[in-house]
Design a protein around this ligand. Structure first.
Ligand SMILES: [Mn+2]
Length: 358
């Protein structure tokens, strides 16, 4: 059974309240984070307990964490990674003590997800996140970072934390020696180091694919296709090492067969991000409503594949369009994500009933 959730950044950062999330039919809980703690620092047990208490007081569950971010030293493989791995293990211990056992993370150098327009107007009058490779090709990373953060209407966006990106040029220099192979080896090193802690608490690590699913600004990217995620699964072949299946991220490359990726990973998908994109030409896309006919993906086939492999983790509608005049962090308004959650749950109910009647 898939468990529907919404991402929630905490009462200090999110425009959407837990009370409103609780009123979306079928949403059992939230995927949350301690948004103010920089990558690399240990999450104090007391903070985790307070977060959990606040969420549970609203009648919702903590269905997982997105994200416990990975410090760049771990991705680069510099000597100080040992301290950052020790901090990460302490955070996992603290989450384990509170029974929080799904942890999403990504292994993208410098930038997390990348978009070239945070408020692109669609045919229906909504605004969405959009990407055009031609714009990225014509700009340097520092300018790109400044433009993206200053166009976010004052919202601090996940993966674009100012303290991590204050020194974009320095970070790019640090990644100069990091090839795709080295980045992969550093991921495996990290996974092997945290494995005993994850297995002690039953923590499922769910790596998020790279977005978009190809190198940007010459930085290596290693989670971009079925072959590449299978390579990570085999390198540390234990159930704790799993995937956040993200339709929108894998789907940035139209060659990725989304249901095929899901069906290749039974038991190893720990979290699902379900959304839709509209593709124009290669490297040019915008986010769409969840409904299959509004974008380029077949959402029925995606949900069916998750159902068929027995996926029983949390799912979320991921990003939504900005509609009905809502002002919120780009992609993270209430209204369209609520529509998306209902649509996905409708697909799921139909698939389940059809299956049980066979
Ligand atoms: Mn995602």
């Amino acid at each position: 059974m898939m468990h529907m959730s919404l991402r929630w950044f905490g009462s200090k950062f999110d425009t959407v309240s837990l009370e409103k999330i609780k009123q979306i039919p079928g949403v059992e809980g939230v995927i949350t984070t301690l948004y103010d703690i920089p990558a690399g620092q240990t999450w104090p047990l007391a903070r985790i307990q307070a977060l959990k208490a606040e969420i549970e007081a609203s009648g919702l569950k903590v269905l997982g964490i997105e994200s416990v971010n990975i410090h760049d030293s771990i991705k680069i493989g510099s000597p100080d990674r040992e301290q950052y791995i020790a901090n990460y293990i302490e955070t996992l211990d603290n989450l384990g003590k509170e029974g929080i056992t799904t942890v999403c993370y990504n292994f993208m150098p410098v930038f997390d997800w990348t978009r070239t327009d945070l408020f692109k107007k669609r045919h229906d009058g909504s605004t969405v996140l959009a990407y055009d490779q031609k714009i990225v090709d014509g700009i340097d990373p520092q300018t790109f970072f400044n433009q993206t953060t200053s166009s976010a209407k004052g919202f601090e966006m996940p993966g674009w934390e100012p303290e991590r990106l204050a020194k974009v040029k320095e970070l790019f220099d640090a990644y100069k020696e990091v090839s795709e192979e080295k980045l992969f080896d550093n991921l495996v090193y990290f996974l092997k180091a945290i494995q005993p802690t994850c297995e002690k608490w039953g923590i499922k690590m769910a790596i998020h694919p790279d977005d978009p699913a190809w190198p940007v600004f010459g930085l290596p990217r290693i989670i971009t296709s079925k072959e590449k995620i299978l390579k990570v699964m085999k390198a540390v072949d234990a159930p704790f090492n799993g995937l956040t299946f993200c339709a929108g991220s894998f789907g940035t490359n139209p060659k990725n067969d989304l249901p095929g990726i899901i069906r290749a990973l039974p038991g190893r998908i720990h979290f699902a991000h379900i959304r839709n994109l509209h593709h124009f030409e290669p490297g040019v896309f915008e986010e769409a409503a969840h409904l299959s006919r509004d974008g380029s993906f077949d959402l029925y086939e995606i949900v069916k594949a998750l159902h068929d492999i027995g996926f029983d983790g949390p799912a979320r509608p991921d990003h939504g369009r900005m509609i009905w005049g809502e002002v919120a962090m780009p992609g993270y308004g209430l209204y369209d994500r609520a529509l998306g959650a209902s649509y996905i749950l409708g697909l799921y109910e139909a698939i389940q009933k059809n299956d049980s009647r066979k």
